[in-house]
Design a protein around this ligand. Structure first.
Ligand code: MG
Length: 385
């Protein structure tokens, strides 16, 4: 039996992880859950999976939860400290890191420092602190298995390869809901349209990032650290069917690819059972039904955040922290209907273009740049709303 803690248990990845664990309950047991504010769903998860510890985002929710479940022997905690506690539980083997945004960074690092196997879905922590997470993982013997479907694909392609033999890695992108939308019509996109992803059912933040293609920009930076690649080795390709999740071109001209049904439970299960595989009860991929797999270059004029993310990938230093912070703030403003869709990229571009690069060596440096950039973004947003 392996014990699992889930950070972000009530989100999309958290729920899919619990579904996988439920099917594989002969080998996995849930010992810890960290959630945000969805206490109702956490209630149901606790009834079903009986963890030893849960954490909620807010103290008042934790207090109410404690009262409600006082008959059970369950520890209830809250906040970033609470999530860190769940991440570093002594009797836990695997941590699913699926809190959205930079809020996932401290808990992810806590899991790394505890030498766990980490199923990493929180891409933002790799974007802002990739070098730090990798160095800490080496020091404490933690193993990081990507859950992001493209990175799971690369990881699987590279399982029996050496990184020195890789010429380049291509991450595919569905293109999001606006792949076919005319450039001049991008301004009038509504929140509802942007939240309606054609292929993947995901949380709100990553769904908007997929619509602006910023998600792919973040994934380029994530891949750089996960696989120790140079920026020039990383490319993206639009693939509307979302069946091929990534391609790895070797120096000898061979191209390896990973294909699977478009369902996050596939990469989640792979991360949990790695290096083994289990029967997933997933329907088989039927290519004769899909018929055509298409690939296109990304339109960087229509999706300027791709170009900006590439610049950030090559510059490094504090730039990844700045682009992530401004994007999180701008996406949140769009989700609250304060700005138009195209203003997300306008605002992020303005912040990143005015950013002064510096070195970020530790968590304090990272959070300092994050705070400053959010402040600048908020001021820009105020001028626009
Ligand atoms: Mg992805």
């Amino acid at each position: 039996m392996e014990n699992i803690a889930i950070l972000g248990s009530t989100g999309s990845i958290g729920c899919n992880s619990l579904d996988v664990i439920n099917k594989l309950n002969h080998r996995f047991k849930v010992v810890g859950l960290a959630a945000g504010r969805n206490t109702k769903l956490l209630d149901e998860q606790v009834e079903k999976f009986r963890p030893e510890i849960v954490s909620l985002e807010r103290e008042e929710d934790a207090e109410e939860f404690r009262r409600k479940h006082k008959s059970k022997s369950i520890q209830v905690t809250f906040g970033q400290d609470g999530a860190e506690e769940v991440a570093s539980l002594k009797n836990c083997d695997i941590v699913v890191s699926a809190i959205t945004g930079i809020n996932g960074l401290r808990p992810t690092l806590a899991a790394v420092k505890s030498g766990k196997k980490i199923a990493l879905a929180n891409k933002e922590s790799m974007v802002v602190a990739g070098h730090l997470i990798k160095a800490t993982a080496r020091e404490y013997g933690a193993v990081i298995i990507p859950v992001d479907s493209e990175h799971s694909g690369v990881f699987q392609c590279l399982a029996k390869e050496q990184i020195k033999d890789v010429r380049k890695v291509i991450l595919t992108a569905s293109g999001g809901p606006f792949f076919e939308r005319a450039h001049q019509e991008m301004e009038n996109i509504s929140l509802e349209e942007a939240l309606n992803h054609p292929r993947w059912k995901m949380g709100k933040k990553v769904t908007i990032d997929s619509a602006t293609l910023m998600n792919k920009g973040l994934e380029l930076i994530e891949a750089r650290w996960l696989f120790d690649l140079e920026p020039h080795q990383l490319e993206i390709l639009i693939h509307p069917q979302s069946i091929v999740h990534s391609l790895v071109e070797m120096h000898d001209g061979s191209v390896l690819a990973q294909l699977s049904p478009t369902d996050m439970r596939v990469p989640i299960q792979y991360a949990l059972t790695y290096p083994e595989r289990e029967d997933s009860l997933m329907p088989s991929l039927d290519l004769s039904k899909i018929k055509a797999l298409e690939f296109f270059e990304a339109d960087v004029e229509k999706f300027p955040l791709i170009k900006l993310a590439r610049f950030v990938l090559e510059e490094g230093g504090s730039y990844p922290v700045a682009i992530n912070a401004s994007n999180e703030a701008a996406v949140s403003a769009f989700l609250n209907k304060r700005i138009k869709f195209t203003e997300i990229s306008d605002v992020v571009a303005e912040v990143v273009e005015n950013h002064q690069k510096r070195e970020v060596e530790n968590l304090e440096d990272i959070f300092c740049v994050d705070r400053e950039t959010r402040e600048k973004t908020r001021n820009l947003l105020k001028e626009r709303t």
